[in-house]
Design a protein around this ligand. Sequence first.
Ligand code: MEV
Length: 442
Amino acid sequence: MQKSITGFSKLSKRKKLQWLVENFFRDPEGVMKELMSYWHIDEEKQSLLDRFSENTISNFYLPYGVAPNFKINGKLYCIPMVIEESSVVAAAANAAKYWQNRGGFHAEVLSTEKVGQIHFIWGGDIQLLRTKFEDLKKKMLSKAESLTANMISRGGGITGIELVDLSAKSSDTYQLRINFKTADSMGANFINSVLELFSKVLVEFVSCDPYFGPERHNLDVLMAILSNYTPECIVRAWVECPVEQLGTVESFDALKLAKRFEKAIHIAKIDPYRATTHNKGIFNGIDAVVLATANDFRAIEANGHAYAAKDGQYKSLSECRVENGIFKFWLEIPLAIGTVGGLTSLHPMAKHSLELLGHPTAEELMMIIACMGLAQNFAAVRSLVTTGIQKGHMKMHLYNVLASLNASECEIEQTVSHFKHTIVSYSAVRDFIGDLRESPLK
Ligand code: MEV
């Protein structure tokens, strides 16, 4: 047993895998074979995937599905989704179909500004820096010209630089907050490159200008990085229809449904426990499209949850109002995504996702993703306040249980038919399959 190793990253992929299976698995040969079976047969494609990360030993597959019939601002989309949770794609597709006949989804991008920060310590009189701030800004912008030229030609660039005083909360602490527009790219690399350059310019500026005198020694640049919180990069998605068009769900007529729905959203506004689950449902849809287009789902999640807490309490990201006979349901969310650059242009599946969506601009993709989040939220809440979520979930879960029991096509058919009107649980399905296997003609 040799569970610690030096030079692991230098080993070939096969050697890495060998060391791993020999040290951590009971059936080294079997596991090796299994993990290698997920290597791409096309070596070029595999080495492309390997370049996305480090120490790769295999690929981790997730289902890639689509939700058709999404009418957004009058245009029809078939939306790609990468997600491992059963019911999510089905719910999205159902919500899409449902709203297709009720005016479809609507969406609008409200703003597209992103933020970068340079955090620094200034032990002396900050007024000195304030006095020279306009000169500093000019210097920064001129030094960054070679970095920003291309972005400006694409409609982006730097839109503001401000000095933020954090010294009341943390002694001698200040920040340069820089606003960016990054056109169709998510812009993380662009923003971080500009910030690191600006940090150098700040240090040079203060050390070279005699105006600062000995005060120049008071500057210490701590770190420079984009902020994943983008409350000024916001999209709004909504659906609306006359209440009576909502239709009935089992014993719930349209008005009852509308009122119960509105109440459920209100509860997610006032109770963080419910709000978290509620927003998780929104992100079921959002993350799936974000992944399918190879955008950064960790950034999207962090951003959305920070925004959900912007008023000091974590709340639902969506809202609902039933007024004058009209049901309105909407979502406002920050989405910093891209359709060019990064993995969006490198990952072969992401390229297909973007083609499937008609090569959207970043703003169009923001609208698509927000509508998907809203659709998912609509489907979940509508189920919750009517039939309950388990009915649909367990139906889909049944297939996972069947897969784990290695059920044959014929067994699947019989089991699905049996559980149409029976409660699904792992043990119930296992017993049913067990019975089938004992007497297959059942
Ligand atoms: C499950 O993945 C998502 C839901 O819990 C969302 C919700 O409760 O609104 C169904």
